[in-house]
Design a protein around this ligand. Structure first.
Ligand code: PLP
Length: 325
């Protein structure tokens, strides 16, 4: 058996391309919802699919792929590169940086988010990962100054329209669930987060001895495409030295069009910005584009320190007791 046989790869590759080409030729003929229960003929994967690319699909949001992107995915799978750092495959990192720069420029992102302004972009799997990474960076930036015990005092803010990935990320990075603020929005602000209610909530928390850490502002909320007013929100959050993340997962790609760019006005005052190319940018799942002003903040200095402290404490424990520790 040769798992990388070139002849077999060519033969199977043509079969897969023919299969996918036929799938797209007929996509509008398939019922959008999975036929798993009704159709016994196709017993395996196909019946279990919900056809997100179908022109008859109107649920959730757009997730538009393209033939160019499918071929790109095939090249990725074919090369099977593990690009976990630059030297492990320089072309992977270089291509990622280059594409993120193109995209950043297409979005007219402010200079500090791009490499020539000391910022930079990176591809994450999805927005949940982008929020986890930036929230971790924000947490560690504060805990480096205040000590790890202050973690219980850190508070994070979004609105009642913010995607649930924010709440999950807060749990993952160790924010006390009682310190998660989903501030109420109303129709009067078109369900955008009000800077006044943000400031009130922050001041209440400070008076209670808590520490405001992170604001997740959204451009294009999942349920009703509400846009949080970035500039005034950033002005409030900056007064308290908070990390500001702009989640434009759903609508961000549209801001490439000059007539929609205004919806991310104010992003220049944020620390990080992300959007999902797998929603409106002809790219298959998973592809979330994240830019930060300070790439160093994403380095895991704190985690390393915690590991060191843990190692030191293990060294002071007798070897016979180390296993349970
Ligand atoms: N934020 C917004 C505004 C979204 O619309 C979504 C997904 O629909 C997410 C976050 C979560 O994105 P992901 O599934 O990439 O983690």
């Amino acid at each position: 058996m040769n798992p990388l046989d070139p002849g077999e790869f060519r033969r199977q590759g043509h079969t897969v391309v023919d299969f996918l080409a036929k799938y797209y030729e007929n996509i509008e003929k398939y019922p959008v919802l999975s036929q798993a229960i009704l159709d016994d003929v196709h017993q395996h994967i196909f019946p279990g699919l919900t056809h997100w690319q179908s022109p008859n699909f109107f649920a959730y949001y757009q997730t538009n792929t393209s033939t160019a992107a499918i071929l790109g995915e095939m090249l990725c799978a074919g090369f099977n590169v593990a690009g976990f750092n630059w030297v492990s495959s320089p072309a992977a990192t270089e291509l990622e940086s280059l594409v993120m720069d193109w995209l950043g420029k297409m979005l007219d992102l402010p200079r500090p988010f791009l490499p020539f302004g000391n910022g930079g972009g990176v591809i994450e799997g999805n927005t949940s990962e982008a929020i986890i990474c930036t929230l971790t960076a924000a947490r560690d930036r504060v805990l480096r100054k205040l000590g790890h015990n202050s973690i219980a005092k850190l508070v994070v803010y979004g609105s009642d329209q913010t995607n649930c990935s924010f709440q999950k990320a807060a749990l993952v990075v160790g924010i006390d669930p009682r310190n998660f603020r989903a501030l109420k929005t109303t129709r009067s602000t078109l369900f955008g987060l009000s800077p006044d209610s943000l400031e009130k909530a922050i001041r209440l928390d400070i008076n209670a001895g808590l520490i405001p850490l992170y604001l997740c502002a959204t451009v294009g909320t999942t349920s009703c495409a509400a846009v949080d007013p970035l500039e005034p929100l950033c002005k409030v959050a900056s007064k308290f030295s908070m990390w500001i993340h702009v989640d434009a997962a759903y609508a961000g790609a549209s801001c490439i069009c000059p007539e929609y760019r205004k919806f991310i006005n104010g992003v220049e005052f944020a620390d990080s910005f992300s959007f999902n190319a797998h929603k409106w940018l002809l790219t298959p799942l998973d592809c979330c584009c994240l830019w930060v002003k300070d790439p160093n903040a994403l380095h895991v200095i704190m985690a390393w320190k915690v590991v060191q402290e843990h190692a030191n404490s293990l060294l002071s424990i007798p070897a016979s007791e180390q296993h349970s520790a």
